[in-house]
Design a protein around this ligand. Structure first.
Ligand SMILES: C[S@@+](CC[C@H](N)C(=O)[O-])C[C@H]1O[C@@H](n2cnc3c(N)ncnc32)[C@H](O)[C@@H]1O
Length: 167
């Protein structure tokens, strides 16, 4: 059963259409697989080979084992990501820990996505209320990214936001 944050992102990711889509940190591939219906090409990256092996059995996606989007060229219409966002050392568990404040991996994924985002492309990212939104907002401004909150969900101990970023 996919996690709550996966299902949350999935409902918004399904609304986008285009030619090229990328998911950074695909994990079980649930989101990347759903994108196949609306995109001609779907690329999914992860640093965990075991996850990519699992995704390979599902088929239909191009799988790349690399850090964020670091191995990719070309331009994507959509980049989707549900980054690990709990404070902690990614070396202990890269699936849940997003750095000392919990936001470092989120900013790293977005920064890595920018060179492969088309001019009219969109980044769709999950952000938790556990994150320091002011720091993230400053980061978006520094990167000249416009932010739009496209969805919200209250969970027991946090709120999740689906945030769309564009140039
Ligand atoms: C919170 S999980 C999200 C998994 C999946 N996208 C979902 O929503 O169910 C974060 C994923 O990012 C991957 N990841 C962590 N650091 C990464 C990095 N530097 N580059 C690529 N993937 C990374 C983890 O292995 C994990 O699969």
């Amino acid at each position: 059963m996919p996690a709550e944050d996966t299902l949350f992102l999935l409902q918004y990711a399904k609304k986008y259409r285009g030619i090229w889509a990328l998911e950074i940190g695909t994990g079980s591939g649930t989101i990347a697989q759903a994108l196949i219906a609306n995109f001609r090409n779907v690329v999914a990256t992860d640093i965990d080979l075991g996850s990519l092996e699992y995704c390979r059995r599902k088929g239909g996606m191009m799988l790349v084992c690399c850090d964020a989007a670091s191995a990719l060229y070309g331009k994507f219409d959509l980049v989707v990501t549900n980054p690990p966002y709990l404070p902690g050392n990614p070396e202990d568990d890269a699936a849940v820990h997003g750095g000392p404040t919990g936001m470092e991996t989120t900013m790293h994924f977005i920064e890595s996505a920018l060179p492969v985002l088309s001019d009219k492309g969109r980044i769709l990212v999950v952000v938790s209320s556990l994150a320091d939104m002011d720091t993230l907002d400053k980061f978006f401004q520094k990167k000249n990214l416009k932010k739009r909150v496209v969805g919200k969900k209250m969970l027991f101990y946090e709120r999740l936001y689906a945030i769309e970023l564009t140039f």
